[in-house]
Unconditional design. Structure first.
Length: 312
């Protein structure tokens, strides 16, 4: 006599959720493409996979290589009135900042990738540029090969490229401002700042404090409701990534101009599984930031990489 197998309702529900999650997170790739940067969907989230056995590929290179022997703060360096400028509210048009000195005819350059710059006039489209970054502004006068450099910061918020260990209580990624992680966090107590004003990050499952900008990594990973999964799905795969856009307004000289930043969150079960190329990129960018240098003068420093590790 055969035994009858019974599935109790709670157990059956678990099985349904399990198979549903597997179908959602399973990814198939065309044979001609690598899995590294292929995007698929998990509900409203966009997932990609950085596999542990493949090299992490940094973003696009700048149009011109960083000069090997620049002339820092020379007389022909482009000047924009201050060492830090801010986006401003506009009525549909972009906010443009022009040079205030007259270095003559030549070519204007900037590093890293992220600034929208007119190479002939030196005008910066601040609205279209990446904010919260320190840039090197370069000028090469016609008839010379010397590159004059001047640093310039576009005010705004950013997040450190870092690895966060949930098991050690590292459950929050805090923003920093004006390209300087050592400044006092002007939004730490709310102070009129507004984050995720469009709800775009929340729609991706990325939980952002709307007053301080702090990303709750534990809720982003596990989900606000236990058992339903977070931004990476119910059963996160090692190397899976979610890129969320956070729109924000700051109580600073930007006068509440609408700004945004993309943040790329990457998940791993254990530190030993982290892709080596990704880890090297994170550590290099973090070291440059904490040392006061450009985050990256040879590639695109955005989006910042937030690596979430569940256990040790």
């Amino acid at each position: 006599m055969k035994k009858q197998i019974r599935l109790y309702p709670a157990f059956a529900l678990i099985l349904v959720l399990f198979f549903w999650a597997c179908q959602k997170t399973a990814v198939s790739y065309p044979s001609s493409l690598s899995a590294d940067h292929i995007h698929t969907s998990y509900d409203t989230a966009h997932l990609a996979i950085i596999s542990s056995d493949s090299q992490y590929i940094p973003p696009a290179l700048p149009k011109a290589p960083f000069p090997q022997a620049p002339l820092n703060a020379c007389l022909l360096a482009p000047i924009y009135g201050d060492t830090i400028i801010y986006p401003q509210p506009t009525n549909g048009s972009d906010y443009i900042m022009n040079v205030v000195n007259s270095p003559g005819a030549g070519k204007y350059l900037s590093w890293p990738v992220g600034m929208v710059l007119d190479s002939v006039s030196g005008a910066i489209d601040v609205t279209a540029s990446q904010t919260g970054l320190q840039y090197a502004m370069g000028f090469v006068k016609n008839g010379t090969t010397d590159t004059c450099l001047q640093t310039l910061v576009i005010g705004g918020a950013s997040y450190e490229d870092s690895v966060y260990y949930i098991a050690q209580g590292q459950t929050t990624a805090l923003p920093y401002f004006e390209a300087n992680p050592n400044l006092i966090n002007t939004c730490a107590t709310g102070n009129g700042c507004k984050f995720d004003v469009t709800g775009s990050a929340a729609n991706m499952g990325v939980v952002v404090n709307t007053s301080t900008g702090a990303i709750n990594l534990q809720q982003t990973l596990n989900g606000a409701l236990l058992g339903l999964g977070g931004a990476f799905g119910l059963l996160p795969q090692n190397g899976s990534t979610v890129t969320a856009t956070i729109y924000y307004k700051l109580n600073d000289p930007s006068n509440y101009a609408l700004e945004n930043i993309q943040v790329q969150l990457v998940y791993y079960d254990q530190p030993s599984l982290i892709n080596s190329g990704l880890l090297s990129t994170v550590l290099l960018k973090l070291d440059n930031l904490l040392s006061g240098h450009l985050i990256d003068n040879s590639a695109n420093p955005r989006p910042p990489l937030v690596v979430i590790v569940r256990s040790l």
